[in-house]
Design a protein around this ligand. Structure first.
Ligand code: GLC
Ligand code: MG
Length: 247
């Protein structure tokens, strides 16, 4: 047993089953105390929306918060990592992206709080998702290299190329204080694919969405575990599978 860097998405991964969340919290608190383990939340939510969630649900305090689908990183006290924000902003042509998205009536802007300095977010219904290749093509024609991340058959996030949860994780791990086998990532949807792409040891919860399941099938990895149980129950199942949790 050794210390662990546990990186987890929130909505429909850690959050979704209050009983299982409580069991996870109890176990992690102990693990953190004994081994100095660290907890990272990697969420699509903005800081504001994350803070709202913390008033609704009993979440442990995270050591690091990766917010807004990887475009922002916060440390305790909600201290923004400004160096990461500067990297996220390189070549970021917001006006150019907005102009192109306006050509697609299927793209409906999400609420103001989810529009971030380096992230634009839309609702895009499943039946309209066929526009994605055309949108990508238009961006390329205009010389804009953007990251399009589609999740939940509903949410489209546009960020600068290579800004996502996975690159944010790589950034916070640049000082190698944890060995690869001590880092576990957990997720349920499209915006978590980047986490699984950069880290072998992973847990996909039982309630995962089709876009992640499809990617998993296409990129099988022995150290990625597909749980039967949902939400935090799936995380617990995976941690037991890897021999990290015993109870
Ligand atoms: C969260 C964010 C939203 C984003 C979605 C998928 O719900 O609030 O802006 O589109 O995650 O990444
Ligand atoms: Mg999720």
């Amino acid at each position: 047993m050794s210390r662990l860097l546990l990186v987890t998405d929130l909505d429909n991964t850690l959050v979704g089953d209050d009983g299982a969340l409580q069991r996870f919290n109890g176990w992690f608190k102990q693990h953190r105390q004994t081994y100095g383990s660290k907890l990272v939340y990697a969420t699509g939510r903005s800081l504001k929306s994350y803070q709202r969630l913390t008033t609704q649900i009993a979440l442990l305090e995270a050591d690091i918060l990766i917010a807004s689908v990887g475009s922002e990183i916060y440390y305790p006290g909600y201290k923004l990592d400004e160096a990461w924000s500067s990297l996220s902003s390189l070549d970021w042509n917001r006006a150019g992206i907005v102009a192109i998205t306006q050509q697609f009536p299927q793209l409906i802007l999400q609420s103001e709080s989810e529009q971030r300095p380096f992230k634009l977010s839309f609702v895009l219904h499943k039946e309209d998702a066929f526009i994605l290749p055309e949108l990508q093509a238009q961006l390329i024609i205009q010389g804009i290299e953007a990251e399009l991340i589609y999740s939940n058959d509903h949410d489209l996030d546009i960020m600068r190329r290579k800004v996502n949860k996975g690159s944010a994780l790589t950034y916070i791990c640049r000082a190698p204080r944890f060995a690869a086998k001590q880092i576990v990532v957990c997720g349920d949807s499209g915006n978590d694919i980047a986490l699984f792409a950069v880290n072998k040891l992973g847990i996909i919860v039982g309630n995962a969405r089709t876009e992640l399941l499809q990617w998993h099938q296409d990129n099988l990895e022995d150290d990625r575990y597909l749980a039967q149980a949902n939400y935090a129950g799936g995380i617990i199942e995976g941690l037991k599978h890897f021999g990290i949790m015993h109870e």
